[in-house]
Design a protein around this ligand. Structure first.
Ligand SMILES: [Fe+2]
Length: 318
């Protein structure tokens, strides 16, 4: 177990991690891209030594490493790799000198200090945003070379991107057609395509909100909002946090179900609404049934759905 300790003088347990709030940001949370400030850029859990330890302790399923053409938006140039027989320090040096993107997945599973931090930051958001009840929390640490890109893509969970070192340009696009192609999103939700399976045109950039993200800043964008990233000419260290809420999970289920209907029934005009008419005091809405039948149907529905409802995928691709 790494000997990581959160120094009280670095982030006081009483001091807020996230700053830059306003009443407008709390009201707009989830519906528009938002930037906040944070206090984690010098946190010991993200020092070079801590990152080297994370790299060395990562099992194969705990990381992704890839490279890509840094001069164009050419998805075919993106190649996945593997780290073999290198110290954490040597990997960090390779990042400095190469065109590499490393994603360390789920550090909170092997080190409870990352889990504590994850819970703490979401507790802060929950205290600020009325009705925000996140769960299925996840995080990933991103270490990336100067000038590398993350091509245009969308993610299934709600997401935040926290910048720790270096600078990156982040393009965030509207989460609607044509930027977020509905059929492509369904394939991603169903696991038939990766997050990069969205059609992209250079002209989309005219509608993007663009941030030059600095250490100590974080971004949150609306669910499934496509985004792409270009590092400045410096090593970047960032991390993402991911979450679901009841409504975000419903949205995932709707896209998954629409994908099934599009595939199996050939339907194309598919609603993405996550709520429908409610009948009676119950939240169960089963038209054309009496209350007794409704309760039976609800029980039957719950029984038949256990184990058959897809679990939202976790993981991101920053
Ligand atoms: Fe992403």
């Amino acid at each position: 177990m790494p000997n990581d300790r959160v120094s009280p003088h670095v982030v006081s347990s009483a001091a807020p991690i996230v700053t830059g709030w306003s009443a407008q940001k709390a009201a707009d949370f989830g519906s528009t891209p938002l930037q906040f400030d944070h206090e984690l850029q010098r946190h010991p859990l993200f020092s070079d030594e801590a990152l080297a330890r994370l790299i060395e302790s990562a099992k194969r399923e705990d990381y992704l490493v890839n490279t890509m053409d840094v001069t164009t938006h050419d998805l075919s140039s993106r190649q996945e790799g593997e780290i073999r027989d290198l110290s954490g320090q040597a990997v960090m040096q390779a990042v400095k000198n190469g065109h590499i993107w490393i994603l360390l997945l789920r550090p909170q599973r092997s080190n409870a200090l990352y889990l504590d931090l994850l819970h703490r930051v979401y507790a802060e958001f929950s205290s600020r945003v009325p009705g925000f009840k996140p769960y299925l929390l996840n995080m990933a640490v991103l270490i990336s070379s100067p000038n590398v890109q993350v091509y245009y893509h969308c993610d299934i969970p709600g997401q935040m991107l926290w910048q720790l070192r270096g600078t990156k340009r982040v393009y965030v696009y509207p989460n609607k057609m044509p930027f977020l192609d509905q059929a492509s999103l369904e394939k991603i939700a169903m696991g038939e395509a990766t997050e990069f399976g969205l059609p992209y045109q250079n002209s989309f950039d005219d509608q993007a909100v663009v941030y030059d993200l600095q250490p100590g800043q974080l971004l949150h964008w609306p669910i499934n909002a496509p985004h792409r990233i270009v590092n400045a000419d410096c090593v970047n260290v960032s991390f993402t946090t991911e979450h679901f809420t009841r409504s975000l999970r419903r949205r995932y289920y709707v896209n998954y179900a629409n994908g099934v209907l599009r595939r199996q029934r050939g339907w194309s005009d598919l609603s993405q609404a996550i709520a429908g008419p409610r009948i009676g005091p119950s939240s169960v809405w089963l038209p054309h049934t009496g209350s007794s039948a409704r309760r039976k149907n609800a029980r039957r529905s719950r029984r038949s759905s256990s184990g058959s409802i897809p679990r939202p995928p976790m993981g991101c691709a920053q």
